[in-house]
Design a protein around this ligand. Structure first.
Ligand SMILES: *[C@@H]1O[C@H](CO)[C@@H](O)[C@H](O)[C@H]1NC(C)=O
Ligand SMILES: *[C@@H]1O[C@H](CO)[C@@H](O)[C@H](O)[C@H]1NC(C)=O
Ligand SMILES: *[C@@H]1O[C@H](CO)[C@@H](O)[C@H](O)[C@H]1NC(C)=O
Length: 202
């Protein structure tokens, strides 16, 4: 017969499946709510990329010996711009590499700093090559370029950074900045220097 099953058991089964449906609906609603919250926070903060450029670059005290040893000092003006209205940036130590023909000819660092919202900071980087040994090929290229009054170099930055929004601080991110090609001139006049926009990778 159709009513072989006790009716009470049937009712219990229906209540059970209703409960499961309710839980599923609540769960889905929560997911949508969390998603919307993240979207709204994202839209309010609107994180923008950090902007880096080299605004001037010159080389001084240049001396390349017959044995291909290089002495020189470099002055770079590095501009770091944080375009964000709600996000400030904490930088740990920034490592600087100066390269010529893919060879590192100078290294330096920038001390840890905090960059406020909507802030542009210019760093004067005074770097040097002390008796850096170059290969014959690279020394040859450098001599040839030197006679043209400028040399093409690359500046690379590496840093660990944190973002701060209100009281909340993000985890650490690795930032890599590559500025290339930089036409480094031999005189201290910055006339005609072409600002080099850097590639920022976070
Ligand atoms: C370059 O260095 C060598 C060896 O230190 C020195 O004899 C020479 O005078 C230097 N040249 C210039 C232009 O400073
Ligand atoms: C570079 O400078 C060092 C001393 O700082 C000196 O011993 C060396 O001869 C110089 N080399 C060149 C090529 O000027
Ligand atoms: C950018 O921030 C630095 C460090 O806090 C500060 O010294 C500088 O005045 C700021 N520059 C601008 C344009 O707000």
């Amino acid at each position: 017969m159709a009513n072989a099953k006790p009716p009470t058991q049937n009712q219990a089964g229906q209540t059970h499946s209703k409960l499961i449906r309710l839980i599923a609906i609540i769960f889905l609603a929560l997911i949508v709510l969390v998603g919307l919250t993240i979207l709204i926070i994202w839209l309010t903060i609107k994180p923008k990329k950090l902007v880096y450029s080299i605004d001037d670059a010159s080389i001084h005290n240049y001396n390349l010996s017959n044995t291909n040893h290089l002495n020189a000092t470099y002055n770079f003006i590095l501009r770091a711009y944080n375009p964000n209205k709600k996000v400030s940036v904490y930088y740990n130590k920034v490592d600087i590499d100066v390269l010529y023909d893919d060879e590192t000819v100078s290294r330096g660092t920038i001390d840890p700093f905090h960059q406020p919202k909507r802030n542009a900071t210019r760093f004067k980087l005074n770097l040097a090559s002390h008796d850096v040994s170059l290969t014959n090929g690279i020394a040859h290229d450098l001599k040839a370029e030197r006679s043209s009054g400028q040399v093409e170099m690359v500046v690379k930055l590496k840093a660990r950074i944190k973002f701060k929004v209100g009281a909340w601080k993000s985890r650490h991110y690795h930032m890599k900045v590559t500025c290339a090609p930089i036409m480094v001139h031999f005189s201290s006049s910055s006339k005609g220097f072409q600002r080099t926009t850097c590639d920022v990778d976070i």
